[in-house]
Each structure stands twice: as structure tokens, then as C-alpha cells.
Design a protein around this ligand. Structure first.
Ligand SMILES: [Zn+2]
Length: 321
């Protein structure tokens, strides 16, 4: 797998050097059809750029809609897309470790690169009671590397910071449209502040502060922001999807004991575990959308991060009754 990937990089490097004379970019020079080109790896930064710049830029999301973000590997065309970007935005966590290998193979002097994890305060992945730790080859080999939680965008407060940085970057990359970007950026930030206030109000008026996930838990930043405690089968980026009987029994017991009305699942998963827990406890199964990616239908309909988060406000309200 790795060897194939390396070969791909070499082939792409040759392709890029051959096409270099026609693709060459200069700072602040519009790349294609008078627009700057921006590439985001996953949905949240894609959506933020779309809100700030709309059709004024050429914008690409590398991750195809509805696909799994944690196992994404770039195709040769994706690498060319990155190479041709004026601004490239990625998360900087475990799921896109491939980015560093690709950027090292490229001439990035004319590219502005934003890593979301570099612009907000990051926390380590956390294992809470009842959660199954991943038993990957790397872990069992005793590799002691600090794993920071990559789901920084799940807190609207972090999203504000990210939108601020993206806005400033676009203003510098495309000074002609800077006023528009500032105006749109401010508008989106106001929307994110409203969401933050709405989540806080739900938590302030709630009967409980514990949420349960029959799924992975990518909401560490979100839970920290609103003082929520949580139980879940797996940490955020676990590749495991089949829990042990003990894990499921633990979550069922928690829900029954504390009479928790909702069991959450996240987007684009199989929902089997949450179904089982819902059947056993009578709890309602609801989605808390972590926004890694969205369905094809939502993508075509232009659904935004803010839309998904507004639905999360309502589902959180039910869960904390
Ligand atoms: Zn994740």
C-alpha cells in the first residue's frame, strides 16, 4: 500500500514538473478564469470558504461527499489539485498524515497552507470509562506518540477562530475582493456566535449534562466548551466499528440507570450499535452531526456547517431533557 503510494507521488512529481511551465503561479496572480484557487480536504473548511468567498474563488473539496474521511487517500488528480492551489486548507491530524508527505514533494512557495490544528488550542484524545481503546499494531508496538484530537471544528467557538484566519488569508491572497470576504466572514462569524449561544442556552436550561454515543465520539472540543460529560463506545478517530458485548452493555446500563432519553450516532455510519442500544433501553436514536462530511444529497442542496449545527442544537435539547 505504502509502496503504491510512493510510486504515485513520484509519478505525480514528474507530471507536475512536466506541466510546471504552463501551471506556474505567481503571488497574487489569479490562476484560472480570474479567480484564485482554494482546496480544502474535508467539509468544514470547504463550507467556511464557500461562506466567505462564494463563487468568487475556484473551490474544491478533496473528500468526495458521503465518503469516509478517516481513510481518505488522495488520487493522482487530487495531488495535482493541491499543487495548483493558491490556498490549501487541511486539518493536520492523524487522518491526513498523508498531507505532509505530499507537501514535501511539492514546490509550495506560492501556496498559502492552513492547518486547522495549528490555529486553535488542541487537546489530546481522551479515553473515558467504558470506551474501547484502539488496539492497532502501532499501539501494541509501544509507540508512544501523543495523539491530539483532530475534530477541532466541532466547537462553534473554534469555528469562529478558523473562519477569522481563513478570511484574513483570502483577503491577502486576493486583495481585489478583500472587502467582500471581510463582510461575508463577519456575517458567518455572527452566525457561529449565535450557534454558540444557542448551545449554551440548551445546556444552561437542561435537566442533565451527560450524553451517550452508541458510536465513535468526535465531540471532545464541543463537550469541553459546554461542560458536557459523555460516554461512548470508541474515541473520535477509532477505526473500530464493532464493539464488544461489554461495551454495549455498559452504555445500555448508563442510559437505563440515569434515564437518559437519547442515544446519539454520528453521520454516515452504520448506526447498528445505536439501534441496538435504542431497542434495549427505549431511548430515542438521534444524530449529532460531527460534520466530517455530508451526504451527496446535502452537498448538492448546499447544506452548510451552520445548518447541521442548528439541527444539533435541537437534538442536544432532546438529549438533555
Ligand atoms: Zn473523525
Amino acid at each position: 500500500m505504502k509502496r503504491v503510494f510512493l510510486l504515485t507521488i513520484i509519478v505525480i512529481a514528474i507530471l507536475i514538473s512536466v506541466s510546471g511551465c504552463t501551471q506556474k503561479k505567481n503571488n497574487n496572480v489569479q490562476s484560472t478564469n480570474g479567480k484564485i484557487t482554494i482546496t480544502a480536504t474535508i467539509f468544514p473548511p470547504y463550507d467556511f470558504v464557500r461562506a466567505i468567498a462564494g463563487d468568487t474563488v475556484n473551490l474544491t473539496m478533496l473528500l468526495p461527499p458521503a465518503s469516509e474521511s478517516h481513510s481518505f487517500e488522495p488520487a493522482p488528480k487530487d495531488i495535482i489539485t493541491i499543487q495548483n492551489s493558491d490556498v490549501f486548507i487541511y486539518v493536520g491530524g492523524e487522518s491526513d498524515e498523508w498531507v505532509n508527505r505530499i507537501l514535501e514533494s511539492m514546490d509550495t512557495r506560492d501556496m498559502t497552507i492552513i492547518s486547522l490544528m495549528d490555529i486553535v488550542e488542541v487537546v489530546e484524545e481522551e479515553i473515558v470509562e467504558g470506551m474501547e481503546e484502539e488496539t492497532s499494531a502501532e499501539n501494541t508496538a509501544g509507540k508512544e506518540e501523543t495523539a491530539y484530537d483532530e475534530h477541532v471544528w466541532t466547537s462553534p467557538q473554534n469555528a469562529v477562530r478558523i473562519v477569522q484566519i481563513i478570511t484574513e488569508t483570502l483577503c491577502k491572497a486576493d486583495t481585489v475582493n478583500a472587502d467582500l470576504y471581510r463582510q461575508n466572514g463577519a456575517h458567518y462569524i455572527a452566525e457561529l456566535h449565535n450557534l454558540d449561544t444557542a448551545f449554551q442556552a440548551v445546556v444552561d436550561n437542561a435537566n442533565r449534562n451527560t450524553i451517550v454515543f452508541g458510536d465513535r465520539f468526535p465531540f471532545r472540543y464541543f463537550a469541553d466548551r459546554y461542560g458536557l460529560s459523555y460516554f461512548a463506545a470508541f474515541p473520535g478517530c477509532s477505526t473500530e466499528t464493532e464493539p464488544s458485548a461489554g461495551t454495549v452493555a455498559f452504555l445500555i446500563d448508563k442510559i437505563k440507570h440515569e434515564r437518559i432519553p437519547v442515544v446519539f450516532h454520528i453521520e454516515l455510519g452504520n448506526e447498528r450499535m445505536a439501534d441496538t442500544i435504542a431497542e434495549e433501553t427505549g431511548a430515542e436514536k438521534l444524530l449529532l452531526h460531527a460534520c466530517h462530511n455530508i451526504s451527496k444529497k446535502d452537498f448538492e442542496n448546499g447544506v452548510t456547517y451552520a445548518d447541521l449545527m442548528r439541527q444539533n442544537v435541537e437534538n442536544l435539547r432532546k438529549a438533555l431533557q
